[in-house]
Write a protein that binds this ligand. Structure first.
Ligand SMILES: [Cu+2]
Length: 499
């Protein structure tokens, strides 16, 4: 298929009465007049836009630059500019975007446990914004939430000691009411955390060669190539979904791989879409979830990730040089990445039997149980414990060091649209998923390490073992919320302090 036809086939469906999010004014006049400003159009396709299954993959997968920072006075400094840009997702078609040190998404920030770091964010997007380290264990004042807002033109530094397990985290805005559109426009990127142990494991770890960051984002485009974001109650309730998948900002991506082990770091950075990833015709080894390795690798066919969740899998490509395999999303049935096995393996990596040792779960230590009910009280009324987010209100006060169980329930209300998938993300640290619907057997393979985000189908109830260590601040709260960004922006969020 010619690229132009490909684009036409994509936009022909996606642009139906949708609304470009960058109506004149939001861009601070950058584009001048003439942009589509049809903010009244409420039809849109905020839900339902199904991913297209591609027949050809013709763009080399973009691999974000990795940055290690500059060491000054014992602190690793990272300079990160949030900026406006134009991106060419389709040949000859420019799309207005946001990026970090570039036009779309940003570099992979490489951190090592034990380092003191300063992430120096510079906001130049023409609007207020924040930048949150998702999955990072850090003080609330360094968390990058609504309480650390940067006005346009200003800067803010997140300074902290890297103190957690090796894992794959990410950064994205957490701006009050604006997270969905700022992430959609392209603010975000990966954080790789290594430690002495992870660097010693014989796993694939050549960045961009056999250790591949994969950021998945579905998008709708208008006919003229702009991102569209239908502002409607349907979008708020069901979440934004697009029919074009971007992987690291690449449409129809392929990559070349060696005929050995390939490690894929999967990040669902979509606003609301849930994916079930698998490699067609292959069993993969799952090695890590959100915040840690699993203790032991698990063979599986599918890993289901709701927004913000991560997983690392290793695929064995030995013996199939000259062939292609496909990473697929089994929710939509679409192939999402073509892997061309074109080279001989240069390194003999392997997946060791034991990957890490997690703190044993001991329920005798639990001193408190808290309940969080996610509910939909009406159109646009998305609540946690019957409350909508209020940045001036502290909902929970947690004692530092206490072991607690947080019980999270996705309360179904009525039929149809009130029965919806949510997830639950906690800032400040990690949790263990103890049970789902009353049984530890229902805890999925990718939920068996340290996690910060957990998915809940309608009526699901999960028990999380929580312990907040190291940092306390009676004034500055952390957040918990649904990570379907439309739900978060609609108020499905609360705040807690650790004292
Ligand atoms: Cu939700």
């Amino acid at each position: 298929m010619k690229r132009r036809d490909f684009l036409k086939s994509l936009v022909g469906v996606s642009a139906v009465a949708s609304v470009a999010i960058y109506a004149k004014g939001m861009m601070g006049g950058m584009m001048g007049g003439g942009m589509m400003g049809n903010r009244g159009g409420m039809m849109g396709r905020g839900f339902g836009g199904e991913l297209k299954d591609l027949s050809s993959f013709f763009n080399p997968l973009k691999i974000p630059e990795q940055i290690y920072g500059t060491l000054k006075g014992g602190v690793h400094h990272f300079d990160l500019k949030m900026q406006l840009g134009m991106s060419e997702f389709f040949k000859g078609v420019e799309t207005q975007t946001y990026g970090v040190n570039g036009s779309y998404l940003g570099p992979t920030i490489r951190l090592k446990v034990g380092q003191k770091v300063s992430l120096n964010w510079h906001n130049r997007i023409g609007n207020e914004a924040t930048m949150h380290g998702h999955g990072m264990h850090l003080p609330a004042s360094a968390d990058g939430t609504v309480h650390q807002t940067m006005r346009d033109g200003s800067s803010w530094s997140a300074k902290y000691l890297v103190k957690q397990e090796a894992c794959t985290n990410w950064y994205h805005p957490h701006t009050m009411d604006k997270t969905a559109t700022q992430v959609l426009m392209g603010l975000g990127g990966m954080i790789y955390i290594d430690d002495a142990h992870s660097l010693e494991l014989p796993l694939p770890k050549r960045y961009g060669v056999d250790d591949i960051p994969l950021v998945f984002q579905d998008r709708q485009f208008t006919k003229s190539g702009y991102f569209s974001y239908p502002r409607s109650m349907m979008t708020t309730m069901h979440g934004y979904r697009g029919d074009v998948l971007l992987v690291n900002g690449t449409v129809a991506p392929y990559m070349e791989a060696e005929a050995g082990l390939l490690r894929l770091r999967l990040l669902n950075a979509s606003n609301s879409r849930v994916y079930s990833f698998g490699v067609d015709g292959k069993v993969v080894k799952l090695i890590a979830g959100d915040n840690s390795f699993l203790e032991r690798a698990v063979n599986l066919n599918r890993v289901t990730l709701s927004p913000a969740e991560r997983a690392e899998v290793v695929v064995d490509l030995s013996g199939i040089q000259g062939k292609k395999v496909y990473l697929k999303d089994y929710q939509s049935g679409a192939k999402v990445l073509e892997i061309r096995v074109t080279k001989k393996a240069k390194v003999a990596s392997k997946v060791p039997a034991v990957l890490t040792k997690l703190e044993p779960v001991n329920l005798k230590k639990v001193v408190k149980r808290r309940k969080f009910t996610l509910s939909v009280a009406g159109p646009g009324r998305l609540l946690i414990n019957s409350k909508s987010m209020n940045p001036k209100r502290i909902d929970e006060v947690v004692k530092k060091g206490d072991y607690e169980i947080w019980e999270v329930y996705n309360e179904p209300m009525g039929m149809g649209m009130m029965r919806m998938v949510h997830n639950f993300h906690m800032h400040g640290g990690h949790f263990r998923v103890l049970s789902r619907n009353g049984s530890s057997k229902n805890v999925r393979a990718w939920e068996r390490g340290y996690k910060d985000t957990v998915m809940l189908e309608p009526s699901d109830r999960v028990e999380l073992l929580v312990r907040h260590t190291d940092y306390s601040d009676a004034k500055v709260p952390y957040m918990y919320h649904c990570h379907i960004l439309e739900h978060e922006d609609a108020g499905m969020m609360g705040q807690f302090t650790v004292v």
